[in-house]
Design a protein around this ligand. Structure first.
Ligand code: ADP
Ligand code: MG
Length: 360
């Protein structure tokens, strides 16, 4: 587009926008998604579930096709000052595989779309794809397409994952029932604390480029931030144990935020116990070092990509000895009464203070 045309277009967009202007932060990310969702209805019989879960669900014969897409933007989701580009490729795949796992499904294919500025060399793209390949091998996924374009600044990676599940095995966010047990895998808050470590080391390096970062002590935390894994093993273990979660979601925005998604979609209330929330000792100690409250990191940190799910009480016995599944609370029927019981026994309302792209 030539300069004059572009200026005319910009002026007409400004005119149109100046009549009424509401800041996106007034709605926040989830409010904006709700607003978009309300403007569309599903018309094809094969479209089972659209906007609103970890993945869309599409009828495909006996099975269902699961579709999820996630975008990583330089300067928003990652900083190449401390993110090895190979790890970034791995993470871009893992976070999408995680969304399909959160539907109790298995990812089979991905597409990868890239916007690249001229800062990036062929070698950098090769390294990115080495990470993507490594994730494809690990999760047994095929890369089947994508799109490549230039960008005026920075790197954007958008991955779409295509997965499959038996219709009756799919776990939605809206299936939690009163008296169900709330389960979480692994440990929480490590990815956020790992990010604090990386940000601090970056500051130290910028102030004195001769200083080499000493990350040895923080290896686990930094690894959780830079190279998260999708918990596909949990989908497998639950199937082996004969347990179908009544609701499931992966923890990308923080435990509190994801619990509230399950509570809202399932029209139930949630009660969890502070002393049951799994926090690794290195997360705990390093959070204190950074003057952060460990439980706040675990509740609101995000990017842990652990699984949060509910099961009926009768299934608890089947997974009670699983070393990586923790029972943190239960579901009740009082809608909007979502609370954390502190170690002192005090109930405090659960609030989503995790990652929202448009809130301050
Ligand atoms: P997750 O954290 O599991 O990746 P998101 O919070 O990103 O989920 O998205 C929640 C739901 O909203 C998903 O069903 C997703 O496909 C949908 N969604 C997000 N952004 C948009 C958009 N711009 N247009 C349509 N649907 C969207
Ligand atoms: Mg998700």
């Amino acid at each position: 587009m030539n300069g004059l045309l572009r200026r005319q277009k910009e002026t007409s967009i400004q005119k149109c926008m100046s009549e009424i202007r509401t800041e996106i932060k007034q709605l926040g990310e989830f409010g904006l998604i709700d607003r978009i969702q309300q403007q569309f209805t599903l018309t094809n019989a094969t479209s089972r579930t659209g906007i609103g879960d970890d993945a869309a669900v599409i009828d495909a014969g006996d099975d269902c096709l699961l579709v999820s897409t996630d975008m990583l933007v330089e300067g928003v989701h990652f900083d190449l000052a401390y993110t090895p580009i190979q790890h970034l490729g791995y993470k871009a795949v893992a976070v999408n595989v995680s969304d399909i796992a959160a539907m109790n499904g298995k990812t089979e294919q991905i597409t990868v779309s890239l916007a690249l500025s001229n800062r990036f060399s062929i070698e950098a793209v090769d390294a990115l794809y080495a990470g993507i390949r490594s994730a494809c091998e690990n999760y047994k996924v095929d890369l089947v397409g994508g799109d490549t374009t230039s960008s005026s600044s920075g790197l954007v990676i958008s991955v779409t994952a295509l997965g499959r599940a038996k219709r009756e095995q799919i776990a939605y966010r809206n299936g939690a029932k009163p008296n169900d047990i709330i389960c979480v895998t692994g440990d929480l808050g490590a990815a956020l604390v790992g990010l604090q470590v990386l940000e601090r080391e970056k500051e130290v390096f910028l102030a004195n480029p001769d200083m080499q970062p000493d990350l040895e002590k923080y290896q686990y935390l930094v690894g959780r931030q830079l190279k998260p894994e999708a918990r596909t093993d949990i989908v497998f273990d639950l199937a082996e144990a004969g347990v179908k979660p009544s609701a499931m979601i992966d923890i990308s925005d923080g435990l509190a935020s994801e619990l509230l998604h399950i509570a809202k979609n399932s029209q139930v209330g949630i009660r969890i116990y502070e002393d049951k929330v799994p926090i690794d000792h290195s997360t705990y100690e390093t959070a204190i070092e950074f003057k952060l409250d460990p439980i706040t990191c675990a509740l609101n940190g995000g990017e842990d990509y652990e699984m949060l799910f509910t099961i009926s009480k009768s299934d608890q016995e089947k997974i009670k000895n699983h070393p990586d599944i923790h029972f943190i609370g239960y579901v009740h029927e009082r809608k909007s009464e979502n609370v954390l019981i502190t170690k002192a026994g005090t109930p405090v309302p659960l609030r989503a203070q995790g990652w929202d792209h448009f809130k301050a």
